[in-house]
Design a protein around this ligand. Structure first.
Ligand SMILES: C[S@@+](CC[C@H](N)C(=O)[O-])C[C@H]1O[C@@H](n2cnc3c(N)ncnc32)[C@H](O)[C@@H]1O
Length: 282
């Protein structure tokens, strides 16, 4: 099915409204490649008709299909390595130490915002497990959210093929955190019990998720318009506990997240904390 100008405009506006991903005519190949099957599946004669149908009523399954098809869910275990080294050798030991004198010395909350199929959230859990032997006795809460319901379903299942597990995961983590489930490998019970996943659009309010000690928001804001990106990182700052940390993707920097953040380099990773005035100013 050929994408004409009317269809292009209708799909770009729809995708912007559904998940904030910015598309224009330079992405016509991507729209055709990912949505052509949906045009047929939903009995439409054009992309414009698909967009019109997707807008009918709340929780529309066509809209859900469009989001699942248009999002790029590429991810890896321990993606880029350095953020996880910073977690392991600097951020987690210091947070654990700081928590030890508080009312909840064994409570730690981490948000994998745009978690895709779960590898990022589980890698955070494995990093915690690498340095804290009795994880089961910790109130470790890792919350993974993503706008794609397909991705969130897969993350919640925590089941991966041998090929998926071998992409980026060393033998120690492969044997330490999985059980065999038929031909697949499943994240073990202890780690799964520390992680929960839900569908969330980052461009909508997320205050109900509560406060976090660490937020990973990596390789997603690159798809948003400048004003959406700035607003996202300002709202993330509001969700951080005092002394909390933000990790962004390796190609993302202060230019994208805003000058209100203070960068620090640890173990080759750049991690961010809100500047003192940022929270007081609101
Ligand atoms: C490239 S993946 C990054 C996954 C992981 N954070 C990583 O770095 O490996 C981008 C993810 O962002 C999600 N996404 C795109 N727009 C979103 C939005 N508005 N709200 C929440 N998630 C979104 C996509 O569904 C996709 O799973």
């Amino acid at each position: 099915m050929k994408l004409d100008t009317e269809g292009l405009d209708a799909i770009c506006n729809l995708v912007d409204d559904l998940c904030g991903i910015y598309l224009d005519s330079s992405k016509d190949y991507l729209i055709e490649g990912r949505l052509a099957d949906l045009v047929k599946k939903h009995g439409c004669n054009s992309y414009a008709e698909l967009a019109r149908k997707a807008r009918l009523g709340a929780s529309n399954p066509i809209a859900t299909d469009v989001v699942n098809a248009i999002t790029t869910n590429e991810t890896l275990w321990f993606r880029d390595a350095t953020p996880f080294n910073a977690l392991k050798f600097k951020i987690l030991p210091e947070l654990i130490d700081a928590k030890s004198t508080t009312l909840f010395p064994r409570k730690l909350r981490v948000w994998s915002a745009a978690c895709s199929t779960g590898q990022e959230a589980y890698s955070i859990g494995m990093t915690f497990g690498d340095i804290v032997p009795d994880v089961a006795n910790w109130d470790l809460q890792i919350v993974g959210t993503d706008v794609s319901s397909d991705a969130v379903r897969r993350a919640s299942e925590g089941k991966y093929s041998q090929l998926e597990v071998s992409r980026g995961l060393d033998q120690v983590h492969q044997s330490g955190y999985f059980t065999q489930a038929g031909r697949d490998l499943q994240i073990n019970e202890v780690l799964r019990s520390k992680c929960r996943f839900e569908v969330r659009n980052l461009l909508q309010p997320f205050t109900t998720l509560g406060k976090f000690d660490i937020v990973f928001c990596r390789n997603v804001a690159i798809y948003f318009k400048d004003e959406d990106r700035k607003s996202l990182f300002r709202r993330i700052a509001d969700q951080l506990n005092p002394g909390g940390w933000l990790f962004v993707g390796s190609s993302e920097s202060l230019t994208e997240i805003g000058p209100e953040w203070s960068p620090q380099r640890h173990c080759g990773a750049v991690c961010y904390q809100p500047k003192a005035g940022m929270l007081a100013a609101r």
